[in-house]
Ligand binder design. Structure first.
Ligand code: 3SK
Length: 514
């Protein structure tokens, strides 16, 4: 197992270790408008810690909400809160006042550090006892202005213990009521000592970038914890659109990219347009590692990316509950279309609902255990997630006889039609192999004859006619590739699919489009 000192503050541990290895002058955080060294981040997070304690009376254990874009100041807030012994409450910056009110009440937030725009939403949330502070706005009350007026002395980091809560991350809530997941100081280091150490293997000369928000633990790990663990630099994009990702790779010589399958597909479509000659794209030649998570990566996308860039995407599955990735591909140990094998330090099994193992080759519930466990904050759903000594992730998977895990569906996304179990994502993957299909979401709609009808929502390429002939062609295409009973009997063309702020397809919202 992983061992950490009893007294551990993950923020100062990460920064002190990086600075001891690469020095204070190494570039750390790069944005469109500024570049911060490791020394800058250390100093500014000290100032924030001092302001939190001196101006706002924060004491160890107080919860501090951080709501802002991917930017150096958002990262500095994360380190500053932890140095002050506070608990970071992370959310994605697109939340509206009602959502901010819900999470702030659940987490009992006392101070909210908010970028302009988020600050008005937080103020409108009207949470009693929560002080809203703007970060990077005009006026003397702004956090940046307060930092400039601080003592400029080194802050004495609060000596938290390894199993004090460091952060509360909220599940993005694809289905409704958000859940707060508590993570200890040691958990933050454990994701670096498992996935980063054994799979990603970052180096000090790496340059990271990606699209996930820092309020989503996929983004926090990939764009902050892992680069800092290696003493590397990270390019923070306020808008991580596929265009912005491609431009950042070219401009900054990015070597490590974190994004979701949709963005890989959108980048491929853009590369195709500009690359008549085919072959490896010269604009992406600095890329060394590409990581995909958030939803399953179809083999088709994996292959197309390898052809365009020469890179084998590291596909992984993680969970906000378990902080980061626990099953993934690694180096050449990759079976396209499979999520891979447990990350060293983690165990995974396919179980039934009573905790009994399901034989290899048959679908069952994914259960995992390792250095980090699910700890919901005051939520009765804890007993659904943690059972029989395992964390049940809510995904249906098959393990093959070689120990590779193959995603089938979210357990509640299984379509049951005429007695057949059909995994929506499998039908989506088949549709995505058709050259006219950009995006596909497949759900079961209520049907008097079949119980549920396999229904596909499809975003077509602009030049494809949205007519009956295309519907027929797509249906035949799917029937030719997977068991014909799985083909979508209904096909609807839509301009875009509903996704969460973190890029996950919201299948429950597809029902409203029908
Ligand atoms: O959705 C995922 O696969 C994921 C990956 C890393 C960290 C967090 C999450 C939810």
């Amino acid at each position: 197992g992983l061992r950490y000192p009893d007294r551990l503050n993950c923020a100062s541990h990460l920064l002190d270790t990086a600075i001891a290895a690469v020095g204070t002058e190494r570039r750390c955080l790069i944005s469109d408008t500024e570049t911060w060294t490791y020394g800058d981040l250390d100093r500014r997070s000290d100032q924030i810690a001092e302001v939190l304690v001196e101006d706002f009376g924060v004491v160890p254990g107080n919860r501090v909400l951080i709501c802002g874009p991917n930017s150096p100041w958002t990262v500095a807030c994360w380190f500053g809160v932890l140095k002050a012994g506070g608990v970071v409450v992370t959310v994605v910056p697109l939340l509206r006042s009602e959502e901010i009110a819900t999470v702030s009440r659940i987490a009992e937030v006392s101070v909210a550090l908010c970028a302009p725009g988020c600050d008005t939403e937080a103020a409108d949330a009207g949470v009693e006892g929560m002080r809203v502070v703007t970060v990077g706005g005009p006026g003397p009350d702004d956090l940046v202005a307060r930092c400039a007026r601080s003592s400029q002395r080194k802050f004495a980091t609060v000596r938290t213990s390894q199993d004090d809560v460091a952060m509360i991350a909220f599940t993005s809530g694809t289905t409704g009521r958000p859940k707060g997941c508590m993570h200890f100081h040691r958990d933050v280091l454990a994701i670096a000592d498992t996935f980063a150490k054994h799979v990603l293997k970052p180096q000090a000369d790496d340059v990271f970038t990606g699209s996930p928000p820092l309020g989503f633990t996929f983004g926090l790990g990939g764009l902050v914890i892992f680069p800092l663990y290696a003493g590397a630099s990270t390019v923070l994009l306020e808008r991580g659109s596929p265009e912005a990702l491609l431009a950042a790779v070219e401009k900054h010589g990015v070597s490590v990219l974190f994004t979701a399958p949709t963005a890989y597909r959108a980048m491929l479509a853009m590369l195709e347009k500009g690359d008549e000659a085919g072959g490896r794209d010269p604009r992406l030649q600095t890329l060394r590692r590409c990581v995909s998570a958030g939803e399953a990566l179809p083999a088709e996308t994996w292959r197309a990316w390898q052809t365009a860039t020469g890179i084998k995407i590291i596909d992984g599955i993680g969970a906000t509950e378990l902080l980061h990735i626990f099953i993934s591909a690694a180096d050449d140990d990759i079976r396209p279309g499979s999520t891979g094998r447990p990350v060293p330090g983690w165990q995974a099994a396919i179980l039934d609902k009573d905790g009994r193992p399901v034989p290899d080759g048959e679908p069952g519930l994914l259960a995992v255990r390792g250095p980090i466990g699910c700890r919901y904050l005051a939520d009765e759903r804890q007993t659904t997630y943690v059972r029989h000594g395992w964390n049940y992730t809510g995904d249906t998977y098959v393990r093959d006889e070689d120990g590779y895990f193959w995603y089938q569906a979210r357990s509640d996304d299984m379509i049951i039609s005429s007695g057949y179990n059909i995994a929506g994502p499998e039908v989506e993957n088949a549709l995505l192999r058709h050259p006219s299909v950009l995006e596909a979401g497949v759900i079961g709609m209520p049907d008097p004859d079949r119980g549920q009808l396999v229904t596909a929502f499809v975003v077509l390429r602009a030049d494809t006619p949205q007519d009956e002939a295309t519907v027929k062609e797509l249906q035949e295409f799917v029937k030719a590739r997977i068991a014909p009973y799985k083909y979508p009997r209904a096909v609807r063309f839509v301009p875009a699919l509903p996704r969460t702020a973190t890029g996950k397809l919201q299948r429950f919202r597809l029902r409203d489009l029908a």
